[in-house]
Design a protein around this ligand. Structure first.
Ligand code: ZN
Length: 507
């Protein structure tokens, strides 16, 4: 074993290099946040260049062979430490990211990044014209590049595996498929039972709700949930997101529809869930790769837990609804709590994933995941994608989009990123959210009655202790097993859906 005198300077050098890379990445995040919130349109071209420059510098610094050497030199030291010690975790996670980053040539990254910008532009101009043919060649190129990216990681079981692995480490096409087929089998009859009944009336949400009051109300709500506004803020944007510049500065964005109350409110709660995760990471990890969420599924579980399991629960609105009524007395003064609760939990067969309710949402995600696999496998050509999309909506959701704008071109995902590895996290997150919530309630059965009183700290503290503080020290599978005592399962989600919606719609 190496002596400590030899090891300490190497560990210190690794940390210094990682902190510098983190600073560059955080600076890029500030530029991106500014681009999406306040930047005037004239700044677009230069901003794109500035972001690309910072990304390139940080990639070069991270893939420097000196980092590889330090990780190699520190291996015996890592092996002498407990697996979950901060130092061993730092070396282990950095090595995992390093090994991945060096597989992909910088030239390829730059080519892919340029292509994604072009593809985004083609989508943005052809979507309003409902012109899939115009974006098809770009998407074909995206598919080719996605396959090329996967092939930098030979030895996979399924070509999507390396892509899935980059956002949901440890998951494979086969493990996701198995969970998803169990889930679909359970969900389809529930959706059938609910949608054969008269739909809930959600007209109370579709009145005029002035923007300033909506923003002020959502601000108050997210603060009550435990979002630390001394270490965060909320601004307006087009497509809401959360971003972190450090553990002390984690920001969210929202958008307001004056003719629909649910949009800003639930989007703010959703992004707050992401933000509280990042705010709760141990400050010991600041400036290192450990200061991130552990997977896209776990990240999404934290946003969905607050948005849905808390934010769309009856108990939450027992507490909050009188406050909402006092902000909007003309719109909601005569609407009962029960009517409002039913409106925010309306289930329907719909076309747009981001607007879908909790029950049908996963059907949207799963069908896209499967279309991605088929494209990557070479079984589905891009030119046949719109027809395949419509066919799947017909069989899975019982509804067919009238146009590609509402169908295969509805959101930006495939047009600004790779094909593959992008969608499973949404549904994994929903499954995990129910499993984590169930474990929190088992440890603290008083949580539901506290929520009715507007007290969220017991739940928040449980999440901090079991999930947030660990950053990405543990894999998603390790975290789930530790926090809930079982591997990831569809059961908690299904029993949550059955219990909640069984009360709203008899089935
Ligand atoms: Zn999210």
């Amino acid at each position: 074993m190496q002596t400590l005198e030899k090891t300490e300077p190497k560990l210190a050098e690794l940390k210094t290099r990682l902190a510098e890379i983190r600073d560059i990445q955080s600076a890029a995040s500030v530029l991106y946040w500014d681009q999406a919130t306040y930047m005037p349109p004239g700044g677009a071209a230069a901003r794109g260049r500035q972001l690309a420059t910072l990304q390139q510098i940080s990639h070069e610094k991270f893939t420097d062979s000196a980092i590889g050497q330090l990780l190699e030199d520190l291996r015996p030291y890592e092996e002498s430490l407990p697996y979950d010690s901060t130092e061993a975790s730092l070396i282990r996670i950095t090595r995992r990211l390093y090994d991945r980053a060096v597989q992909v040539p910088a030239q390829f990254m730059a080519k892919f990044s340029r292509h994604r910008n072009e593809c985004y532009g083609a989508w943005a101009s052809s979507r309003p014209e409902n012109n899939f043919a115009a974006v098809q060649p770009y998407l074909e190129k995206t598919l080719e590049l996605s396959r090329e990216l996967a092939n930098f990681f030979p030895g996979y079981e399924h070509i999507a595996d390396p892509l899935i692995d980059s956002s949901d480490y440890g998951m494979k096409a086969s493990s996701v498929r198995s969970l998803f087929s169990q889930l679909r089998e359970q969900l389809v009859p529930i959706v059938d039972a609910i949608t054969s009944q008269p739909p809930a009336d959600d007209s109370c949400l579709c009145q005029v709700f002035p923007e300033a009051q909506q923003i002020a109300f959502s601000h108050k709500v997210i603060e009550q949930l435990g979002y630390d506004l001394q270490r965060g803020r909320q601004d307006k944007t087009l497509h809401p997101f959360m971003t972190s510049f450090s553990i002390g500065d984690v920001r969210i964005t929202t958008r307001v529809y004056e003719n629909h109350l649910a949009q800003a409110l639930f989007s703010s709660i959703h992004e707050t869930g992401h933000a509280m995760y990042e705010q709760g990471i141990s400050t010991e990890f600041e400036g290192t790769p450990l200061a991130d969420g552990t997977s896209s599924g776990v990240h999404e579980s934290q946003s969905r837990l607050w948005e849905n399991l808390v934010g769309r629960s009856r108990g939450f609105w027992q507490f909050l609804y009188p406050q909402l009524q006092s902000v909007f007395p003309n719109q909601l003064g005569n609407i009962s709590l029960e009517a409002f609760y039913r409106a925010i939990n309306k289930v329907e067969r719909s076309l747009i994933r981001t607007d879908a309710d909790e029950v049908t949402y996963n059907l949207h995600v799963m069908l896209r995941f499967e279309l991605e696999l088929e494209m990557l496998e070479g079984k589905l050509a891009v030119r046949d994608l719109p027809a395949a999309w419509n066919e799947r909506y017909k069989t899975d959701l019982g509804i067919v989009p009238a146009s590609d704008s509402e169908g295969v071109m509805q959101d930006v995902h495939w047009y600004t990123d790779m094909i593959g590895g992008m969608f499973q996290g949404y549904t994994l997150g929903n499954l995990m959210s129910a499993q984590f919530f169930e474990a929190a309630l088992k440890a603290h059965p008083e949580i539901p009655s506290q929520i009715e009183q507007g007290k969220f700290s017991t739940l928040h503290d449980w999440l901090k202790a079991n999930i947030y503080q660990h950053g990405c020290k543990y894999t998603a599978a390790e975290l789930i097993e530790q926090a809930t005592g079982s591997p990831l399962s569809i059961d908690p989600f299904i029993s949550y859906i059955k219990q909640k919606y069984g009360q709203l719609y008899a089935f």
